[in-house]
Ligand binder design. Structure first.
Ligand SMILES: C[S@@+](CC[C@H](N)C(=O)[O-])C[C@H]1O[C@@H](n2cnc3c(N)ncnc32)[C@H](O)[C@@H]1O
Length: 381
């Protein structure tokens, strides 16, 4: 369980099932203003089911002068060292088999803080930290945030007039959603709440979601967070964002019936989360008669629908196969008939030829009259 001693803040407790006698779900929102490294250390081991976050980068934008602000590091080495410490703590608080959704991207910069030009890639360094910390790469999606056309209007280095021969760059309009899994297995006592329609849409490795969010300079799109929450946690689970920004993960997690723990260092962003989101909440928003039992029923129904769908697909495939075989058989029959006709044609030709040569032979022997030669014969007589 989460240790609630350290709670600052707007806390919402929601009982999601008061009416039924079965296990009800209690939902809590924790929104913490502080350094995630310190705050994570206060939390119980194995108390979180899912982590979703987008970290600051080491040389893109500085969010504050705070020495514990990860965007405010002196060097590349310091940044990855601190990020490594945060990921180690995240591993400790995650339950076995729990997922860590890391949203980041490679970005274009004309002249970075360290005077480099080109593209900055975080993938290799981030991946190494996870692998060194008891995680394995589980799955990933590509988040297409906006069109290249939009990037061309906004980013100078993509203006056609600024295009440099042989040095052309493309829009960095795609972000990564890397999903890491902590070693071990998740408890399989709860059921997913993903509908078949959602699954059909989200199973695609490319997510086209326009990037929009409130106030923060680098907000998460709520739709993106919703997919992550529903894909890698169950109702009643606890979702954490150590770099909380304006609280997008908290908002979506609560709306999806999960507990939320968000940590944000910058007071301005933290207040923004409260003003624009959590202070506006009313417990009644979350009232629902959902329960673990209902989740299971729902899941069973979906499984059944899935089974029906795959049985239908199987039957359709078998029918298609039968039809293809029938077509093949008919084609073979036609071919056979053609061959027979051909053979017959040959035979007729051969017979005619034979008949002709026989007639000629008999004419020569005087058995038949040759009408074509009759004139000549008459004349000769
Ligand atoms: C990329 S933004 C996250 C935005 C967020 N996903 C949202 O939807 O609003 C990264 C955030 O990490 C915060 N941050 C930086 N260092 C931190 C630290 N040590 N502890 C907690 N938050 C920190 C920054 O202030 C910034 O708001």
């Amino acid at each position: 369980m989460i240790n609630f001693d350290y709670l600052i803040i707007s806390q919402v407790e929601v009982n999601l099932n008061k009416s039924k006698g079965d296990i009800h779900i209690e939902i809590k929102n924790e929104w913490i203003n502080g350094d995630c490294l310190k705050e994570l250390k206060k939390m119980d081991a194995e108390s979180i089911d899912l982590i979703i976050t987008s970290p600051p980068y080491h040389n893109l934008r500085v969010y504050s002068n705070d020495p514990s602000d990860l965007s405010n590091c002196e060097s590349y080495e310091e940044y990855y060292y601190l990020l490594g410490l945060v990921i180690t703590e995240c591993e400790r608080v995650l339950k076995p088999g729990g997922k860590f959704v890391m949203q980041f991207e490679d970005y274009n910069y004309t002249v970075g803080r360290d005077n480099k030009m080109g593209q900055e890639s975080l993938t290799g360094d981030i991946n190494k930290i996870f692998l060194d910390n008891n995680f394995s790469l589980w799955t990933k999606a590509f988040w297409r945030k906006y069109s290249a056309q939009r990037a061309m209007l906004a980013q100078g280095n993509l203006y056609y007039r600024n295009m440099k021969a042989r040095d052309t760059i493309l829009a960095a309009n795609v972000g990564f959603v890397y999903v890491y899994k902590k070693s071990g297995n998740c408890e399989l006592i709860k059921a997913s709440d993903i509908t078949l329609e959602e699954w059909a849409d989200w199973a695609d490795g490319v997510w086209n979601i326009s990037n929009s969010g409130i106030g923060h300079t680098t907000p998460f799109a709520e739709e993106l967070v919703k997919r992550c929450v529903k894909l890698w946690s169950c109702p009643g689970d606890t979702v954490c964002d150590p770099f909380g920004g304006a609280g997008t993960v908290n908002k979506v997690a609560i709306e999806c019936g999960r507990n939320a723990v968000g940590i944000e260092l910058n007071k301005e962003f933290y207040d923004l989360g409260n003003e624009k989101r959590f202070n506006l909440w009313d417990n009644s928003i979350f009232e629902s008669d959902d329960s673990v039992e209902k989740m299971k029923e729902r899941f069973e129904a979906e499984l059944l629908a899935g089974k029906e769908q795959s049985a239908n697909a199987k039957a359709e495939k078998a029918e298609q196969k039968e039809l293809t075989q029938k077509k093949k058989d008919i084609r073979a029959e036609i071919k056979e008939l053609e061959n027979q006709l051909k053979a017959l044609g040959l035979k007729v030709k051969k017979l005619r030829k034979l008949k002709k040569s026989l007639q000629e032979e008999k004419i020569i022997n005087g058995v038949f009259r040759d009408s074509s030669r009759e004139d000549t014969i008459h004349k000769n007589h």
